[in-house]
Design a protein around this ligand. Structure first.
Ligand code: MEV
Length: 286
């Protein structure tokens, strides 16, 4: 049996705008997805909780196997410490873990590129930031492209991650936004502003300027809300993180449900916020 493993991720800044060529700041989180891979008579992907595997996902996994040089049918069993559909990168981590199981020893960038096959099926129009964050680990500054521009970012911060409890696929906000963008001239300037906040946030993160970084989280959340990718449950979750003393809080990932993050002063503060919001505390970077 072969095993592949990869962490989940949070978007610190730049979700959605990264799809349109602006930069994003993303971080892996110490919650993992593991894939166990066995040769089998017939290809089967076993998702947790008895979830039915969509046919296109199976097809994408088979295409990935061939690209990675893995011959024959297989049984892939997925275990996840990340709730599926929570905006914390379960599908990207699955793709990277599967790539590592098919091709042990492949580089992070190769694993991320292979994982794009899964991302395209599950997300429609992915920028590639999610699998790259899961594969590279730590904090990255990412600009999409062929190949993407990826830089490791120094620094560390504690955050609380709080879940709305609403599972939504990334395509449920990315594709509708692409449609609205065609007819709404206000969207491009908003996307550019979110990209600027990601650039600024990177510098603040590297300087360890937590109040400044918190303010960029708040500004980014306001921009994302204006883009129409927040929802009532995310607004409540962001408000709960702020009430718990977050230096700044925002939705993370595609939105429409999923998760929010609150920036903490330190580990103890992150744990307090997590306890108050029913979430969990993690260090990003470091
Ligand atoms: C999802 O984690 C991030 C999005 O920007 C989609 C993508 O970049 O592929 C919403």
């Amino acid at each position: 049996m072969r095993r592949g493993r990869a962490p989940g991720k949070v978007l610190l800044l730049g979700e959605h705008s990264v799809v349109y060529g602006h930069p994003a700041l993303a971080a892996s989180i110490p919650r993992h997805v593991t894939v166990e891979l066995l040769p089998a008579g017939e290809t089967r992907i076993e998702l947790p909780g008895g979830i039915q595997t969509p046919f296109p996902l199976r097809e994408a996994a088979v295409a990935m196997a061939r690209e990675a040089g893995f011959e024959g049918a297989f049984h892939a069993r997925l275990q996840s410490e990340i709730p599926l559909g929570s905006g914390l990168g379960s599908s990207a981590a699955f793709g990277v873990a599967l790539a590592r199981a098919f091709k042990p020893g492949c580089s992070p960038d190769e694993a991320a590129a292979l994982a794009m096959r899964i991302e395209r099926v599950l997300h429609g129009a992915p920028s590639g930031v999610d699998p790259m964050a899961c594969a590279r680990e730590g904090v990255i500054f990412f600009i999409r492209g062929e190949p993407p521009r990826v830089e490791a970012v120094r620094g560390a911060a504690w955050i609380a991650v709080a879940l709305t409890g609403i599972a939504r696929g990334t395509h449920s906000t990315v594709l509708p936004l692409a449609e609205r963008r065609k007819a709404d001239a206000r969207i491009d300037p908003l996307l550019a502003r979110l990209g600027e906040l990601a650039r600024k946030g990177r510098q603040l993160f590297e300087r360890g300027d937590l109040p400044g970084l918190g303010a960029t989280f708040d500004d980014a959340h306001a921009g994302l809300r204006e883009l129409g990718v927040s929802c009532a449950e995310l607004e409540e979750t962001v408000a709960a993180l702020r009430k718990a003393g977050a230096l700044g809080a925002k939705l993370t990932g595609a939105g429409g449900g999923g998760a929010a993050i609150g920036l903490a002063r330190d580990e103890a503060h992150a744990r307090e916020m997590a306890a108050e919001t029913g979430g969990f505390a993690v260090e990003v970077g470091g």
